[in-house]
Design a protein around this ligand. Structure first.
Ligand SMILES: Cc1ncc(COP(=O)(O)O)c(C=O)c1O
Length: 445
């Protein structure tokens, strides 16, 4: 059977309807491109699931995986393994969590679940409450679904049973607090968390995405430091889910660093860019304060592959590759020019209601049917047929764009060539004209 047909008939794919699955087979990749079995080369403008931050087949990471495979593929977490220790040291150094510890997981969902376990253990409240928020995504295992405020998965789980409360998001374009600036929306959303925490006795932690996320919320700059202040005032832990926003995606190693020390969380969770997605790996980075609380307690948790040496070796090589390629700074620079190009597009396309992000190579376009009323193009989380057609035509023209509901999520690998960014944005501009024609007048928000 040809591979495409075998895959369609035998594999149950995630986030898809089996009967509708019909994706091409990918046989290779290099830099920001991946290659199809029919010989076509596709520019990856979403880094797959916003995870291939180093592009495809980064040579140093591939070499590190091969070298580690020759030495030692697996040893259980109970034993020591050199790449595990080296990666923990590197992560503590990059985040400035000196005296802290790192717990390695298999990906993002279990990193968040473990961060919750550690918060509860540190606070001595094994079933303590966690405040997360609506329009968030923290993974698709059961507890991670409970943490997520995600319309795709919420029906499958009762957050209350997992000790989770959902707060309103810092969604400045549609601010639920009736404010009129981004910054005041961020402050109001942080104060709202303070009200929730103050009103519940057993809250141990607040877990949130500091910046990039698949639900397309990019918090105003005022939000994260205000959230840090509020959580510290109430003596609850702040956990930054940096699974998507980490490793340069938002112009810093970790997005909270945009606020400097005023944004330092008590724990952060990592995955995706941690190995540039070459091998599955996640992590919880614990501050010295939290680590101290756990120092003499039994850690009753772990998965067989936690801290897998192959994955940790890939992680070490990935961190070194971000550093050697100056990729964090590069993401910040290219993100700023991508944002400027998108804002220019907004001035010409009335379908673009809002442009956000751009702190690094991550930006979101929110499409609307009426810019003056901000009427969504389709009710959330539906993707309008015209937007689906735009993505289809983009792929036919050699660029893979990601969408979610009314959002176009732009997140290419940090190694992407500058001319490739420009070409992809020119194509997007043309596709918007084709699929969302509008009168050629100068538009204002
Ligand atoms: C912010 C965030 N947290 C957690 C996850 C879950 O990570 P994983 O799919 O590795 O479990 C994701 C995945 O998209 C994410 O974007």
């Amino acid at each position: 059977m040809p591979p495409h047909q075998a895959e369609r008939d035998t594999v149950l794919h995630s986030w898809s309807v089996p009967a509708d699955w019909d994706a091409p087979t990918v046989v290779g990749g290099a830099g920001a491109r991946f290659f199809l079995d029919d010989g076509r080369s596709i520019l990856d403008f979403s880094s797959q699931s916003e995870c291939c931050n180093l592009g495809h087949q980064h040579p140093e990471v591939v070499a590190a995986i091969k070298a580690q495979a020759d030495r030692l593929c697996y040893i259980a977490n109970a034993w020591g393994a050199a790449p595990r220790a080296e990666l923990a040291e590197l992560l503590l150094e990059k985040s400035g969590f000196s005296g802290g510890r790192v717990f390695f997981t298999l990906g993002g969902a279990d990193a968040n679940e473990h961060a919750v376990k550690f918060a509860r253990l540190a606070k001595g409240m094994p079933r303590g409450t966690i405040v997360a928020r609506e329009r968030s995504y923290h993974g698709a295992s059961y507890a991670a679904m409970a943490l997520s405020g995600d319309s795709r998965t919420l029906a499958q789980v009762d957050p209350a049973q997992h000790g989770v409360i959902h707060a309103l998001p810092p969604y400045a374009y549609r601010c639920e607090f009736g404010t009129d600036t981004d910054e005041s929306c961020g402050m109001a959303a942080a104060a709202h968390i303070g009200d929730i925490v103050g009103g519940h006795r057993e809250v141990v932690a607040v877990l949130m995405e500091p910046n990039a996320g698949t639900n397309g919320i990019v918090a105003p700059d005022s939000y994260w430091p205000a959230l840090r202040t509020v959580t510290a005032e109430h003596d609850v832990l702040l956990i930054a889910d940096e699974v998507m926003s980490g490793f340069g995606r938002c112009g810093e190693w970790f997005a909270w660093q945009r606020s400097g020390e005023a944004g330092r969380p008590d724990m952060m969770t990592l995955a995706k860019g941690l190995t540039g997605a070459h091998v599955p790996l996640g992590a919880v980075v614990l501050s010295a304060g939290v680590a101290t609380q756990l120092e003499h307690k039994m850690i009753f948790t772990g998965l067989t592959y936690c801290g897998h040496p192959l994955a940790c070796a890939a992680g070490v090589a990935a961190v070194k590759a971000y550093e050697a390629g100056n990729l964090i700074e590069r993401s910040r620079r290219l993100g700023a020019s991508m944002l400027a190009a998108l804002q220019d597009m907004q001035s010409r396309h009335r379908v673009i209601g809002d442009v956000r992000g751009g702190h690094g190579l991550f930006a979101v376009l929110e499409l609307v049917s009426d810019r003056s009323t901000r009427e969504p193009l389709a009710p959330w989380p539906v993707t309008a047929p015209a937007l689906k057609a735009l993505v289809r035509d983009g792929l036919a023209a050699g660029v893979s764009f990601a969408t979610r509901g009314n959002l176009v999520i732009l997140a290419p690998p940090l190694v992407i060539e500058e001319h490739d960014v420009a070409d992809a944005l020119t194509l997007l501009d043309r596709l918007l004209t084709t699929h969302f024609p509008a009168e050629p007048e100068v538009l204002s928000a």
